[in-house]
Design a protein around this ligand. Structure first.
Ligand code: GDG
Length: 471
């Protein structure tokens, strides 16, 4: 069975859950990507290729809720070299402004190449003549070129969910040329921001020597490659509807009650990742309490850190650092029944996320670098009454759209303290003005629009193909 539309991503859009009787079933992953791509997948009887998680071998393709899913298994060595090693120990920190030090190991690179090849071969075997293939993210940057060599008839799109770094940083990569050429296998390259697309085009001109003009790269074989920004978004209506529902409203009130009904609740929700600036923001908040600007009876900070990449050393170190910091802050500044920081290291269902967004007065999103940051957009979508404040790092992609947030530089602790205090003290009128404008932005450009724009641009590519997909 072949498909006219293939999605190729590191992970399948489902997670395996073990039932009490030992059997297993699949549950759709919470992310917005699935929501966005699902309708296009259904309309075209699409197929999704990805790693199902774990080290189980040879799972058969299966159907889940009308989606064709093709698991690509990985061995423990592949997970270590490809996923934890090259993807998350090298590319992730390099692409995020060297927030941590990237490690360049030749053994990791070799595994990255071989796993990318397996993804490309699987896609080549499942694509119908003239099919469209949409490859996702930094783990699979060699797939476009590998796939084009196997199947020149395909229309290939690629989307990078994280920032594409400036030349000065990218140049450190010993395999920079291979990555650029890997990406150039695509017809259309999507980035979060125009800056990422520009960084890419400039590198291609300087390093590979191809002619370029604005967002276009001209290859010697006559093909053109387009590199453009497509800022990702969320299922805004879906979040709003969820936040409006009775159980979520009740849960939001219950959480505030459990927190002791402080005047204002601050909230942070992030994967536990060193790019997210969790330590700096907790430090800023605790100094406001220490210096008497905030009182623990008045304000509490709820920080949710979702477990992530726990096999990677840097992530374990960060977790310990946060554990120690929260312990010290609460020990030094808390009172009985009144911790300064209410810290949760756990993941939650979507309903609980919506309840947290609904109950929080000040949402604090302070990454050192972030492709977009969907949490910031989800908070805005859940503020039905046009209230609540968003404190947002200027280094998150979302800052380009959410201009009415309190924008901060997370490296500047004093600046963050000022912004946190201003957000805390802002009057209703100001809050409403800012939130109204941000809600308008988010509702006007949701994730369905994002996917549709990318697909439309991809189907406009006139390199070799003529097969049209259903909109
Ligand atoms: C990468 C880029 C870019 C989190 N915890 C739970 C949960 N989540 C959901 C959030 C949100 C998503 O995960 C996280 O997205 P972010 O954008 O905030 O961050 P990354 O994970 O780093 O995502 C980023 C994104 O890709 C998309 O292109 O924006 O810049 O780094 O949707 O709600 N969802 C549930 N339980 C949790 O515990 N249900």
């Amino acid at each position: 069975m072949t498909s006219d539309l293939l999605i190729v991503a590191n992970r399948l859009p489902v997670d395996r859950v073990k039932n009490d009787d030992g059997s297993t079933t699949w549950r759709k992953s919470p992310g917005g990507l699935v929501t966005a791509i699902e309708p296009v997948m259904r309309a075209n009887d699409g197929t999704w290729i990805g790693w199902p998680g774990g080290t189980d071998q040879d799972l058969e393709p299966f159907e889940d809720d009308g989606m064709n899913l093709v698991p690509l298994s990985m061995t423990a060595e592949e997970i270590e070299g490809f996923y934890e090693g090259f993807s998350n120990g090298c590319l992730w920190p390099l692409y995020h402004d060297l927030v941590a030090k990237p490690e360049f190991h030749r053994e990791w690179w070799d595994v990255y190449v071989s796993v990318n090849r397996r993804f490309a071969e699987k896609a080549a075997s499942l694509a119908a003549e003239g099919a469209t293939v949409w490859v996702h993210d930094y783990q699979l940057q060699l797939v476009p070129q590998m796939l084009r060599e196997l199947r020149p008839d395909l229309r290939i799109g690629f989307y990078l969910h994280i920032p594409f770094p400036p030349a000065e940083l990218f140049q450190q990569l010993p395999w920079r040329r291979q990555i650029l050429e890997g990406l150039l296998g695509a017809d259309l390259l999507g980035f979060q921001l125009p800056g990422g697309a520009q960084n890419f085009v400039r590198l291609v001109r300087q390093r590979v020597g191809h002619k370029t003009h604005k967002e276009l790269v001209y290859l010697p074989d006559g093909r053109t490659v387009r590199a453009e920004a497509f800022p990702i978004s969320i299922d805004a209506k879906g979040f709003e509807t969820l936040a409006r529902s009775e159980p979520v409203a009740e849960r939001a009130a219950a959480i505030r009650e459990q927190l002791g009904n402080p005047r204002k609740v601050f909230l942070g929700i992030d994967r536990l990742d060193y790019t997210k600036g969790i330590v700096a923001r907790l430090r800023a908040f605790s100094e406001l309490v220490r210096d008497g600007h905030l009182d623990v009876e008045d304000a509490v900070f709820v920080q949710v850190a979702v477990p992530s990449r726990e096999q990677v050393e840097e992530y374990r170190i960060l977790r310990d650092e946060i554990d120690r910091l929260v312990g010290r802050i609460n020990g030094d500044l808390g009172r009985i029944g009144r911790p300064v920081i209410s810290y949760l290291h756990s993941s939650y269902p979507r309903e609980e996320m919506a309840a947290l967004y609904r109950m929080a007065d000040v949402m604090v999103v302070t990454p050192y670098r972030d492709g977009m940051n969907l949490v910031a957009k989800e908070y805005v979508a859940c503020r039905l009454d046009d209230d609540g404040a968003l404190v947002l790092s200027e280094f998150a992609g979302a800052a380009a759209e959410l201009r009415q947030a309190w924008l901060v530089n997370p490296h500047d602790i004093d600046g963050m303290k000022t912004a946190l205090l201003q957000a805390f003290e802002a009057g209703d009128k100001e809050l409403t003005k800012r939130m109204k404008a941000m809600r308008k932005t988010i509702l006007a450009h949701d994730v369905a629009a994002w996917a549709a724009e990318f697909m439309r641009m991809l189907s406009d590519v006139d390199n070799v193909h003529d097969k049209e997909l259903n909109p």
